[in-house]
Design a protein around this ligand. Sequence first.
Ligand code: PMP
Length: 393
Amino acid sequence: MSSDFYTYQAQTSPHPLGVEVSHARGCFIYDTQNNAYLDFVAGVSATPLGHNHPKIVNAIKAQLDKHLHVMVYGEYIQKSAVDLCKLLAKNLPAPLEKTYLTNSGTEATEGALKLAKRVTGRSEIIAAVNAYHGNTMGSMSVMGYEERKQAFRPLLPNTNFISFNHEDDLKHITSKTACVILETIQGGAGFIEPKNEYLKKVSQRCKEVGALLILDEIQTGIGRTGTLFGFENYNCIPDIIVSGKALGGGLPIGAFTASSAHMDLLMDKPKLGHITTFGGHPLIAASALATLKEVLESDVMPQALEKEILIRKTLVHPLIKEIRGKGLMLALMMVSESVANALILKCHEEKLILFWLLFEPTAVRITPPLTITNAEILKGCKLILNILDTLEA
Ligand code: PMP
């Protein structure tokens, strides 16, 4: 079976972790030898309620019995998708009220960029150094990491970059700018939080020059930082938010949300401004709706902040320079890249799942399911500390 994986399924790197998955429940993934892996990664922030949460599974099964795909996005009224968009609107501040559901995070980024161009009639897009917003051509154009996009040029023209948290760069946002797109907390860059009201200042600058602010909440969204969306922590309301990952509760999704006045422009001149066959798929929307309800109705959001404190208090070690991030979006900043690699690989051997960040080689990702228990956190942290004791700087 594993040789078929390498032979027939396209690979993204020469050294995949290669766990042969049997099943997954709660905070554990089981391989075909019935080893239980404690999950500190949650499918890269995509399973907020752990694996196969009964409420999500039941919602999917109920939808399965009714219907699957029936029509392209936007033509028919499908209850799970409508209810999902409505629940998002109810939990977002004005003017974020209308949501377009897509198939993935990167497609939602594409939709948001197109919407900003359509609203402003401008073409310049500004993004941040070390930003990640997805891997299709438009999203890759706003990826702030040249090494990973060089081979795919030419990309979108008129995309420019500013440094995250550098207020001096705000002058580059001008009346030629259609939009500024930022991650609320920079993910691939090393879980870098906005400082000194940075997002508010970007938002003010955008308003001054008539540009839109897009916040990418694909990783920060759906409770991970202790609030439903990350921007709620930073005193700033964007014009468009992009979400994905955790919203699907374990199924693939993306979404972009804006004011009705803006979003309605995608219907006209040209009509069909963004179209997709499977976006808003009823099964996925049912899963997302159940996920969103549970995140809102349970105590996982306040608990994420308590669990952050527990992790920060427990993971004290000379090889950990700093812990960055917020809630259960945390990155251990190790003293070196080799320590980060050794920690991830040795933990993997001991059946604890950790992972890398895209662009910061000294970082180790800790983004467990929000439902992880304190006992599970302590078990994983103890293993991390034991392994660090065997490593050298
Ligand atoms: N933006 C951010 C901040 C992300 O973390 C990701 C996924 N890692 C994406 C966009 C792209 O989402 P997807 O992989 O679903 O296209």
